[in-house]
Write a protein that binds this ligand. Structure first.
Ligand code: PEP
Ligand code: MG
Length: 612
């Protein structure tokens, strides 16, 4: 979407122009544009089939050597990045390094060279073919939701390593950002993750690009670096001249080109407000999550992919309350074995430096799906109603090998720090008992083999995600060492409203008193059986809902890392009496709207007290 005050026939317009792009890293910046063009490699003749395969193979190997050396240098530069950027780019460089090794990619390129192709064409065609398979796997439905995000990211990795090889084959240089003036807003057609790693966040005020998206590595890295950024601002470059002034709002995705005096003044106010907000959130990070009446609450983070780790470290979260291990199985060609899983869990546990990590065994089925599992005919979506079918722990009890491998890997990694193991989609005590037996047996087997594992075994707990589990929480709490309330599914199953369907958003309401009564039952059961209870559904990220949940008896929450500071601020602003009063009213309310209105009114009254 664009609006312009004046529109000359050609070239950059004059007057203020507004573009909307994808907001990928919050913050507002005002400054002059510095366009970083990328030198273009010469065109490639993809039709040629008369090259000498030996010669092209030698050229390819030299280009691989140069690419590997560049990646090594980039790796050495990591130490110069802020700590939070290091994990993201470090793991990406490792992916590239593996692709350059004896990989499927290399075999595919060499097969094309054998047909007489020029090396550049072989690289481009093979990387594109692999990217296409990722995005549209032959004979299978195109990935959706989180799978689609992971597939796009993986396709981007193939294309990126292809571009690097072609640059090195043709001797085309990379662009450099070191000559950009201090405080500049970096403008580019697109920015690759390896480019983003070269940006010095103390010198570049913001980043705007024509292409890109919010879920790629570049976006994750820019967030980790804390640089306000908007990607996919279509039509941007045509508007930019020499030293064009820009306002970039990485929170809303708005880019203003040649801002009017009034827009620039408003942007300066936003820049100052954002700086104050960051300062305040930064201070909060070190403060305890304590109610004004003195009770302490635990705030932890949910982890969906390892790239979120820096954000978790920055958020002030006291551990990982829900590690969704599905990422290990997404887009995998085969099931991840013990070694591969341990190699992922161990650094995550170490990175939390003594704070607990709750690993949930794979929750497959319903809206979550996996290539590796469906190829084996497991969780293939053949249930008439997948949400009510074989998912979560039901699926793992039917395919015990998957569960045993995951338990083994977790137990092996658990010497690195405190770990808890959690079971998804429990609906009866028999399931928990059956899993406990397997867990204990795996523990005994590892000890017999002399493998170092914690003694006693890490706590084994369950998610309360079904009404049955909430209603039977007192019984389940005798089998499980901790309970974690998953309000995303609990809401769906209680209200018979699909969590993923758009037209259900009115019916799907975690504030519905029916859901809150079940939360209360689970919290009470935990208290009576002396089992820790936490809550890890999306609701835990809502600063208005958390005081109410405290009133219902929940004392530990796990949420998206970015929500931790704001939830902490909400906790610190209320006392236990108010929390209990809200809970009592909510439990008696007629519906979710009434509860929502009550929470909004309470938040308003706090704001007025603040200003009064
Ligand atoms: C939940 O159901 O609330 C939950 C945290 O699990 P998931 O969202 O992964 O299903
Ligand atoms: Mg769930």
């Amino acid at each position: 979407m664009k609006t312009a005050e004046r529109r000359p026939a050609r070239g950059p317009r004059s007057g203020e122009v507004r573009l909307e792009g994808q907001p990928v890293s919050p913050g507002v910046a005002i400054g002059h544009a510095a366009v970083a063009h990328e030198p273009v490699p010469p065109p490639v003749d993809t039709a040629r089939r008369d090259c000498d395969p030996e010669h092209e193979r030698t050229r390819l190997h030299e280009a691989i050597g140069r690419s590997a050396a560049q990646l090594r240098r980039l790796h050495e530069r990591l130490a110069l990045l802020p700590e939070d950027g290091q994990v993201e780019i470090g793991s990406l460089l490792e992916v590239y390094r593996r692709m350059l090794g004896p990989s499927r990619l290399r075999r595919g390129i060499e097969a094309r060279l054998a047909q007489g192709m020029v090396a550049e064409a072989a690289v481009l065609q093979e990387t594109e073919a692999l990217a296409t398979v990722m995005l549209a796997p032959p004979g299978r439905p195109a990935p959706e939701g989180e799978d689609a995000v992971a597939a796009r990211r993986r396709a981007g990795e193939f294309r990126e390593i292809g571009r690097r090889l072609v640059r090195n084959l043709s001797g085309t240089p990379y662009r450099s950002f070191s000559t950009l003036p201090d405080g500049a807003i970096l403008v580019a057609e697109q920015l690759r993750p390896a480019d983003a790693a070269l940006i010095d966040p103390s010198r570049i005020a913001a980043v705007v690009t024509e292409e890109g998206g919010s879920t790629g590595h570049t976006a994750i890295l820019l967030r980790a670096l804390g640089i306000p950024a908007v990607l996919a601002a279509h039509g941007l470059l045509a508007q930019i001249g020499r030293r064009t002034r820009l306002v970039v709002d990485g929170t809303t995705g708005r880019v203003v080109i040649r801002p009017s005096t009034r827009t620039a003044a408003a942007a300066k106010v936003d820049v100052a407000a954002y700086a104050r907000e960051r300062q305040m959130l930064g201070r909060l990070r070190r403060l305890p999550a304590r109610l004004s009446s003195g009770e302490v609450v635990t705030l932890q983070a949910n982890l969906e992919i390892p790239a979120e780790l820096p954000m978790i470290a920055q958020s002030g979260a006291a551990g990982i309350g829900l590690l969704r291990s599905e990422f290990l199985f997404m887009n995998a060609e085969t099931l991840p074995d013990e070694d591969r899983q341990e190699a992922i869990y161990r650094p995550l546990i170490e990175a939390m430096a003594g704070d607990p990590v709750t690993i949930r065994v794979v929750d497959w089925g319903s809206e979550k799906n996996s290539d590796a599992l469906s190829r084996m005919g497991i969780g293939d979506g053949s249930d008439v109603n997948p949400a009510l079918g074989v998912r979560g722990i039901r699926l793992l009890l039917q395919h015990r090998g998957i569960l045993e491998t995951q338990f083994t890997a977790i137990l092996r990694a658990a010497t690195a720090g405190p770990v808890r193991v959690m079971l998804p989609m429990v609906s009866s005590a028999g399931e928990v008992r059956a899993v406990r037996d397997i867990y204990a047996r795996i523990g005994r087997r590892l000890r017999r083999r002399g493998v170092d594992i914690p003694d006693p075994l890490p706590p084994l707990g369950i998610m309360i995600e079904t009404p049955a589990a909430a209603l039977m929480a007192d019984v389940l709490a005798q089998e499980a060492e901790f309970l974690s309330i998953g309000t995303n599914d609990l809401t769906m199953y209680t209200l018979a409203a699909d969590r993923a369907a758009r037209d259900m958003t009115v019916l799907y309401d975690p504030l519905h008193p029916a859901v809150l009564r079940l939360v209360r039952m689970a919290a009470d059961a935990g208290l009576r059986q002396r089992r820790p209870v936490s809550l890890c559904g999306e609701m835990a990220s809502d600063p208005q809902a958390v005081p109410l949940l405290v009133g219902l008896g929940v004392r530990s929450f796990s949420m998206h890392a970015s929500a931790v500071p704001r939830v902490k601020r909400a906790i610190r602003a209320v006392g236990m009496d108010d929390c209990r009063r809200m809970a009592a009213r909510a439990l008696e309310a007629a519906d979710g709207q009434e509860v929502g209105a009550m929470l909004a009114a309470y938040a308003d009254s706090l704001r007025q007290d603040d200003h009064g």
